[in-house]
Design a protein around this ligand. Structure first.
Ligand SMILES: Cc1cc2nc3c(=O)[nH]c(=O)nc-3n(C[C@H](O)[C@H](O)[C@H](O)COP(=O)(O)O)c2cc1C
Length: 237
């Protein structure tokens, strides 16, 4: 069995990967970034072969990993993660400076960056894994980084086809359903006698089968111990 819900429990951050030189420049959103070794410090990024940036990294041999600020807007993510630089200059209205390698270092909505020189490219089918040695790295501010989990759960963001973690809508809905099925139903307490209604047990004395949510109990259901009406029960956290 391969349950794609397990893939969601692999944690990532979210980054902009930029590359370029005097002639061309670009950037895209990536979650698939990781440190390969400590000595020497090496980092890797997994880049779809169809990304416009892939060609620029191949040509220049450099890439910059910039960690996104947790409070970055969806519009900013949309510019780098849903549009392609083959059709527009994504960096036109975005604050940046030129790094040691000649590639653009974004300073807007970014908390830190790591500039790398490619030393190896692995062909992984749809994607290329660029591995690079760190040639410069710095912190820009003390804001918090955006994680993929926060992007999905709080910002309600998804990833497009080019992302290695792409999951189609049907599978995504099935994963949500699986999660909901595994979330225990809330318990309710009687304010008079302290009896606790536990959905997984139901209430045999009134013919309520196990698995019945409190909300689905009949309106005239009463506490099996002291007969306090359903409406007086309160939810337990
Ligand atoms: C949340 C998110 C995560 C993404 N992760 C990756 C990734 O790890 N690798 C990748 O190749 N594309 C990833 N993408 C897709 C690219 O950012 C997207 O295809 C982009 O438009 C490519 O830009 P380009 O053609 O200008 O290079 C991701 C997009 C989003 C929104």
């Amino acid at each position: 069995m391969i349950n794609p819900a397990s893939f969601f429990n692999v944690s990532y951050g979210l980054y902009i990967i930029t590359s370029g030189n005097k002639k061309s420049r670009n950037g895209f959103i990536a979650n698939s970034v990781f440190q390969v070794t400590a000595t020497p410090p090496q980092f890797a990024v997994c880049c779809n072969k169809e990304n416009y940036t892939a060609g620029i990294i191949k040509e220049t041999g450099v890439f910059i990993i910039s960690a996104l600020d947790k409070n970055v807007s969806s519009k900013f993510i949309g510019n780098f993660g849903y549009k392609t630089g083959s059709k527009l200059d994504k960096l036109k209205d975005v604050e940046h400076f030129t790094g040691k390698s000649g590639a653009p270092v974004i300073t807007e909505n970014i908390i830190s960056y790591i500039e790398c020189k490619v030393n190896q490219t692995v062909d992984a089918g749809t994607h290329l894994i660029f591995i690079g040695n760190v040639i410069q790295a710095d912190i820009l501010n003390n804001k918090k980084p955006l994680t993929y989990d926060y992007y999905r759960d709080v910002k309600k963001g998804i990833a497009p086809k080019n992302a290695p973690t792409f999951i189609d809508k049907k599978t995504l809905d099935a994963i949500k359903q699986q999660k909901a099925d595994k979330t225990p139903l809330p318990r309710f307490k009687c304010p008079v006698c302290g009896y606790i209604y536990e959905p997984e047990k139901g209430d045999a004395s009134s013919g309520i089968i196990p698995g019945t949510a409190f909300e689905n109990l009949p309106d005239d259901w009463k506490c099996p111990v002291c007969e306090t009406p359903k409406n007086d029960f309160f939810k337990l956290k």
